[in-house]
Design a binder for this molecule. Structure first.
Ligand SMILES: Cc1cc2nc3c(=O)[nH]c(=O)nc-3n(C[C@H](O)[C@H](O)[C@H](O)COP(=O)(O)O)c2cc1C
Length: 325
């Protein structure tokens, strides 16, 4: 799969997830074989005002490339200026967020609110397209409240304005994350445009990813929530695509990943900040495992790497004893 001139190793994509897809997390997905990683959504306003916190969201390292950096905002000139900053940061691809349905963002006219205002959406796309040379993609929902119509219109506008790819999460803005994603809309958009379409929404297992590719004809699949607890899902999907038997994530692999995430987070954020983050984040990786609740409780006050490592190892041993391995 290619987005503009950027060729991806494969067509599996880590979705942008605010508060989650930071550099250490993206590296886990990349190690698992993910073909394209997305940053968290980044405020165009924050970027043009040189907010250090906002700029940090663009941090990257060569081994995670290609990286798509996602911007949100509703002002064409601010988005254009911010896009220039993203391009200068070395991002491989720039993505515009047309899907965020969080009130705070909608109120400013950005995210999914732009699907209600196609004129402004078009002005934003044109301004950004004119400001950068790197490939440009957009990520949309099915619409504001009437499934389909706004997505078709925005897809057409995007293609006409020189956008290189479209990611489609086929839920309306008012749906939030409720109900089910209407994959038929991904197929319908794929039929209407000639640029690559990334399908997104409700991929829970590796079989779902293969099914989305087969049933919608989309060019790539974008995985969000299922990757949070299991970034290894990308390697599972890759095996599944080769018709290999389903890869189980055994305890050793899972715990190796937890340790790598801890160390990468400490390296990136510093021990103090990373340990505070680990108090909730390590819990993601043990969802569904026996004694997970007890482990989550135990890490709530973690404040040093040594302590975190001890607690992780104690949990690993408890699991081995529990299952009698
Ligand atoms: C915690 C969380 C944060 C998200 N942040 C973003 C974001 O920053 N930008 C964006 O376009 N979508 C964001 N999304 C939406 C996801 O990218 C994705 O479209 C959605 O979760 C559906 O895919 P999934 O079923 O694979 O999770 C977020 C979703 C969640 C659950």
């Amino acid at each position: 799969m290619k987005i503009g001139p950027v060729r991806l190793d494969n067509n599996l994509i880590l979705a942008p997830l605010a508060g989650i897809t930071n550099l250490p997390f993206r590296l886990l997905a990349k190690e698992a074989g993910c073909g394209l990683v997305y940053s968290e959504m980044i405020s165009s306003n924050g970027l043009i005002h040189h907010s250090r916190r906002t700029e940090k969201l663009m941090d990257s390292v060569p081994r995670e490339k290609p990286l798509s950096v996602q911007l949100f905002g509703a002002s064409p000139h601010i988005m254009a200026e911010a896009a220039g900053i993203v391009e200068s940061s070395g991002a491989s691809i720039l993505d515009i967020n047309f899907g965020c349905s969080v009130k705070k963002i909608i109120k400013t006219g950005a995210g999914a609110a732009l699907m209600r205002t196609p004129d402004i959406a078009e002005a934003v796309i044109k301004a950004v397209r004119g400001a950068v040379k790197i490939p440009l993609s957009i990520k949309i929902r099915s619409g504001w409240d009437r499934s389909g119509r706004q997505a078709f219109e925005l897809a057409r506008i995007a293609e006409d304005c020189g956008v290189d790819a479209i990611a489609v999460h086929p839920r309306t803005a008012t749906q939030g994350f409720g109900g089910v994603a209407d994959w038929s809309l991904i197929a319908a958009i794929k039929k209407r445009v000639s640029i690559p379409v990334m399908g997104n929404g409700d991929i829970v297992t590796c079989r779902d990813a293969v099914r989305m590719l087969e049933t919608t004809g989309c060019d790539g699949v974008m995985i969000g929530r299922a990757a949070i607890g299991n970034p290894m899902i990308f390697s599972q999907v890759l095996s599944c695509m080769k018709n290999e038997p389903e890869q189980a994530i055994d305890l050793e692999r899972r715990f190796a990943l937890i340790h790598r995430f801890l160390d990468a987070s400490i390296q990136y954020f510093g021990e103090d900040h990373a340990c505070k983050m680990m108090r909730s984040r390590l819990g993601w990786f043990v969802k569904g495992l026996p004694l997970a609740k007890k482990f989550r409780e135990s890490i709530k006050q973690v404040s040093s790497r040594d302590q975190a490592v001890d607690l992780i190892e104690q949990y690993r041993e408890a699991l081995i004893n529990h299952s009698g391995v």
